[in-house]
Design a protein around this ligand. Sequence first.
Ligand code: UDX
Length: 430
Amino acid sequence: MKVAVIGTGYVGLVTGVVLAELGNDVICVDNDQSKLDSIQRGESPIYEPGLEELMRKGIHEGFLTVSNSIADAASKSEVIFIAVGTPPGDDGTPDLTAVRAVAKSIGQAITHQTVVVNKSTVPVGSGELVEQIILEQGVPAHLFDVVSNPEFLREGSAIHDTLHPDRIVIGAKKKEAAMRLVELYATLEAPMVITDLNSAELIKYASNSFLAMKISFINAISRICELADANVADVSKGMGMDKRIGSQFLSAGLGWGGSCFPKDVLGMLSTAKRYGYDFDLMQNVIDINDDQTLNFVRRIEKRLGGLAGKRIGIMGLAFKPNTDDIRDAKSLIIVEEIVKAGGIVSAYDPIAAENFKRVFPNIEYKDGVYDVSEDADALVLVTEWNEFRQLDLNRLGSKMKTRVLFDGRRVYKRETAERAGFDYYTIGSR
Ligand code: UDX
């Protein structure tokens, strides 16, 4: 099939590259020429394991091309994906400026039968909005259909998630339009949910809000475990073995961050409010998440007898492993709190340091994890990178002022850390 994907961010580029891999003719469109140049050179503008290789393959085999013109791409395509950013506005409602602008350009370009697919995470009713904007450009209703096809890929495993989705959600007014997408995804052999536009849009918000709620729930339990001298890992294991609960997204830690959960939980809240329903539960989910990180900082502060003048080594800055993304990363809050209290931060992350430097140019950045421990009063593990699991803890502690380790992701076994002479603190257990 001939496909255009507007927006070469996370969702757009991965979608374009995977659809090219499945044998479609894909044009990736962006108004940022530097991104297109980078794709053209075979360099992925974002870090994602496996993406660059597949992207190069698509370009080499001629299935993947780039363009800076929506009109050009639309004239050559049967299906156009909108995959542009929808950042949260001041009240949490996603900002649809980019979606509106793209819909207008598509409307000005449609000359033949086209399916316009909304892949960006958008509030309920956005499919209707896109349809309206295209109609306003004078396109007859019979010439196009708008379909909602939300994305569920995770950063760090985006290619795998796109090639092996748990389900594909397709929302459309007309069955024929939905069937075009069924055809496009047929080779993935994934279960498909075909529904109306509003339900498809809501599935995305409800799914991410539920997952964030699951994490906040286990984090609240982790606090009770700390107070009751129980172990959250065992509680989580015991809960997760119940198939109705499931073991995934039940790892207690510093809380959830990233480009989706914070935005989508807020989006869920504001959507509910717009329809006159107070979804207080979601506000609690946010509050628990915020408090989880701040409580950890308070514990560090208490153990060190204040943070002023204390040197703290931060292990990991990315919001989760295998990405250089620091959007809503817990490291941002932890570093901010330490700096605010007069502490000295020395940080290491395998790939996210460059992004972090733009927000905190004045903290110390080290090239290796053993360097952050030098003269440190405490180490704080924020991101559970695999390389942190294999460390020689004796070596890690050898240059520290005091061997204090705060493990925000429950990476180490207490006995191992204590054997290496550390005073070990974690989440959800003694
Ligand atoms: C998420 C959704 O999983 C994905 O379906 C959607 O398309 C985009 O948002 P992503 O943000 O890439 O994906 O990361 P994910 O792996 O879901 O982790 C989100 C956050 O939750 C991270 O900060 C992670 O550290 C945290 N998390 C996850 C936990 O604290 N505990 C868990 O058990 C799982």
